[in-house]
Design a protein around this ligand. Structure first.
Ligand SMILES: [Zn+2]
Ligand SMILES: [Zn+2]
Length: 297
């Protein structure tokens, strides 16, 4: 069975960091790769995207697909430094849901505009293929089925469920839990093997951050338990958090939900490995696609 895996290239939230005490976790912002043998989907384009672009050029890969959860800086800052978008003959598909403010192309143009950046959008437009998705769309990218759901954040944000050959990874960051498990997210994550979740704040910090659009490891554990997910991955680490502090949060979360791990740059997780962990024993009904899947790429 072909493996469904996730590779983390940037795990930090809000802004990139660089500090000796943060080397193990890493300082790049949100970027990861969801892979099977045939398909690679880049998810979010934070500063972790830069090295991935160089890697793809070196490997001769001329086609990239990037799904964006939303357009906050920490999720798009790597795009102007993703080398393939400057090279004629390369194709970079970028897809996301409605941002509630402006069309996707207009938003992309604002990433490449003086006085903030010296290269004009026209330079990269030829290589880009932009697609605005419906908020609840389900579609195929290669051999991976992707289902979207809108989450809780100050600007619209989307979570993604990736399925391949009986394996499932869910990505849900920049989302706030408020007082209970989000029913939309519970449905999106139902029966998944791995849940990557926003854990920017500790439960002690959260009361002073209500409305900021982020969550905690404890809310992630509640969600994983409710959705029957064996492996919770803590993601979107606060920029001030040191390696020691992330490890302490990871230990607290593991005491609550044993399969929990904190995301670190360079880490690779396989859905198959998570399947061998004991899932919380709840009855969940995984989301079913509507049988009208379209191929996005
Ligand atoms: Zn973010
Ligand atoms: Zn955000």
């Amino acid at each position: 069975m072909a493996n469904l895996s996730v590779r983390f290239l940037g795990v930090r939230g809000s802004i990139a960091t660089s500090h000796d005490a943060q080397r193990l976790v890493g300082g790049n912002t949100a970027c990861l790769e969801i892979c099977t043998d045939e398909t690679r989907i880049i998810v979010d384009a934070g500063t972790g995207l830069r090295t991935l672009g160089n890697e793809r050029l070196a490997a001769g890969i001329k086609h990239s697909t990037i799904l964006l959860s939303h357009l906050h800086w920490d999720h798009v800052a790597g795009l102007p430094f993703f080398a393939p978008i400057y090279i004629p003959g390369h194709r970079v598909h970028i897809a996301t849901g409605p941002n509630g403010t402006m069309p996707l192309e207009q938003a992309m143009q604002r990433l490449f505009v003086a006085p903030f950046f010296p290269v004009e959008y026209a330079t990269v437009a030829e290589q880009l293929v932009l697609r605005e998705l419906a908020p609840r769309e389900t579609f195929m990218i290669g051999d991976i089925t992707v289902t979207m759901a809108k989450l809780n954040h100050p600007d619209p944000v989307y979570g993604f469920r990736f399925e391949h050959d009986g394996q499932t990874i869910v990505y849900a960051t920049d989302t706030e839990h408020y007082a209970c498990v989000d029913p939309t997210l519970k449905k999106l994550a139902a029966g998944a093997d791995i849940l990557i979740y926003d854990a920017q704040y500790t439960p002690a910090e959260y009361p002073s951050k209500v409305g900021w659009g982020h969550s905690t490891w404890a809310a992630g554990a509640d969600l994983a338990r409710a959705a029957g997910v064996p492996q919770l991955v803590l993601f979107h680490h606060d920029p001030d958090r040191t390696d020691v502090q992330v490890a302490a949060i990871e230990a607290d979360a593991r005491a609550n939900l044993p399969g929990t791990v904190a995301a670190r740059e360079g880490m690779i997780l396989l859905a198959n490995d998570a399947q061998s962990m004991s899932a919380p024993s709840v009855s969940v009904t995984p989301v079913a696609n509507n049988g009208q899947l379209t191929a996005l790429i």
